[in-house]
Design a protein around this ligand. Structure first.
Ligand code: 9WN
Length: 457
């Protein structure tokens, strides 16, 4: 259970950070972080199911991979022991060959579709004891463990967790590389940005199962306009069945209905490989291989740049073509997070980031950063990954701007994000017109990343 903020010497330069922030914004309550810190801590405490913190109450009744990593980033500041438990529990859902699943079901009789009876992991060769899914999610965990270790070093914890982390990264390269250093995803859920418009065309080629065959649970919690449609769900479910028939390990020459190079997933992995290298060094293990994988990923991402279109393009491996629509999605900015963009490319990405018709705030849509550019026909301010603002994307972009020395812009985005949660609460996503919180309420990563934005300079 998260406790009040740690007062130990390792509390991550809190006082320095909050005083800078106050100078810049002049906002009294944000200056101290009072209220917001307590509110965020309370959300994590309420969502704590003992072994794991659920992403949000009701709608997400299990442990999700990148949610737990991002939750651990926040817990690092208030309860490092609880953060370590979060990570260990997630890693205990690892398949023998290294796959770290996107969901670990604890308990296994959860009210979620698709639940354990659909994934059917138990009984499959190499599956963990606990019921899990058979696909993965953006690999942000190494980065989370690094944040945790930098705040509260614990060598024993690293010795226990780093080997599993390493196995997972290797699994991604061994199982998901297709004659290219970049790794592929085989389900939109693996991107963490499920109904992003960049998947529209590739997903339209996937055969759908009849939605009458299953019962969607998400619509019991959230209005349909804020979620993917039934047609998309029919295809998501079909992909799960197709992958399950291959024990979630299709061979590299097997034709797949969805196989996709997501530049954002690879950017997150490149940073995670750097962080894994750093973590291995802390415990006296060689770091060269992780460094080489990071360099190869960066090279692969750099090659996705299209000079004419001015962006890093995703690639649909099934159709063998770049996905132009990916440039409409905020995920196309994440090569900045990985430090791939050169000066010219960086300039272009930052222009789109703040462009009022792009992802940036505008008079009609004053809240940023939108998940899709506003000039797109596909932009929808209330539908999930098709327009709303997400705290995790803002957080990744704050790290990206900092990485490139854009401190003023990073602070501006951090402040806007903190204003948003302060005014509207901790929601899954936000309507960029009003800041109204939509999707799941009391959402964990919106709370945990608020803690990190407050505590880490
Ligand atoms: C499917 C838990 C997860 C997040 C994803 C988000 C959403 C699941 C769903 O919720 O996906 O994995 O049921 O819609 O897209 O990023 O990890 O918060």
């Amino acid at each position: 259970m998260p406790r009040a903020r740690s007062t130990t010497r390792e509390s991550c330069s809190l006082s320095q950070h909050t005083s800078d922030w106050g100078e810049m914004t002049g906002n009294r309550s944000r200056r101290s972080g009072h209220g917001l810190r307590e509110a965020a801590t309370a959300i994590l405490a309420a969502n704590d199911h003992g072994t794991h913190v659920v992403p949000g109450p009701g709608q997400y009744p299990a442990q999700w991979n990148w949610d737990s990593a991002l939750i651990a980033v926040g817990l690092a500041h208030i309860d490092p022991a609880r953060a370590r438990l979060e990570v260990e529990q997630l890693l205990s859902g690892r398949w023998d060959d290294g796959l770290l699943p996107h969901i670990v079901f604890r308990p296994s009789d959860v009210d979620y579709f698709p639940g354990p009876s659909v994934w059917q992991s138990q009984g499959m060769a190499g599956a963990p004891i606990v019921a899990v899914s058979g696909i993965t999610q953006p690999p942000v965990l190494a980065t989370a463990i690094r944040v945790l270790h930098e705040c509260h070093p614990d060598i024993g914890f690293l010795e226990r967790s780093v080997p599993s982390l390493d196995r997972w990264h290797r699994w991604l390269h061994d199982n998901r590389s297709r004659s290219n250093p970049l790794v592929a995803i085989v389900h939109p859920w693996e991107s963490g940005t499920d109904n992003s418009p960049r998947f529209d065309k590739p997903l339209s080629l996937v055969s759908a199962v009849d939605v009458g065959r299953f019962q969607r649970r998400d619509l019991e919690h959230v209005p349909a306009e804020q979620r993917p449609g039934d047609e998309e769900y029919g295809r998501y479910a079909s992909l799960v069945e197709q992958l399950r028939d291959r024990s979630y390990r299709p061979t590299s020459d097997e034709p797949l209905e969805f196989i996709y190079i997501d530049v954002a997933f690879n950017s997150i992995l490149a940073v995670a490989e750097d962080d894994l290298a750093w973590l291995r060094q802390q415990i006296g293990l060689p770091a060269q291989e992780a460094r080489e994988r990071a360099a190869a990923l960066r090279q692969g991402i750099a090659e996705t740049w299209d000079d004419e279109l001015g962006g890093f393009l995703d690639f649909d491996l099934r159709q063998g073509m770049p996905v132009i629509e990916s440039l409409e999605c905020v995920t196309s900015l994440l090569p900045m997070y990985a430090g791939v963009a050169d000066q010219n490319q960086l300039g272009k990405l930052i222009d789109t980031l703040w462009d009022p018709t792009g992802f940036g705030p505008s008079p009609e849509f004053p809240v940023g950063i939108t998940s899709v550019v506003k000039r797109s026909d596909r932009f929808d301010p209330r539908c999930y990954w098709r327009g709303p603002v997400w705290v995790n994307m803002n957080w990744l972009l704050v790290q990206a701007l900092r990485r490139h020395g854009r401190q003023e812009e990073a602070s501006r985005l951090r402040d806007r994000t903190l204003d948003l949660v302060q005014e509207h609460g901790f929601y899954e996503y936000y309507d960029p017109r009003t800041g109204e919180g939509i999707g799941c309420s009391r959402f964990s990563w919106s709370a945990s990343l608020t803690l990190d934005l407050l505590e880490r300079p």
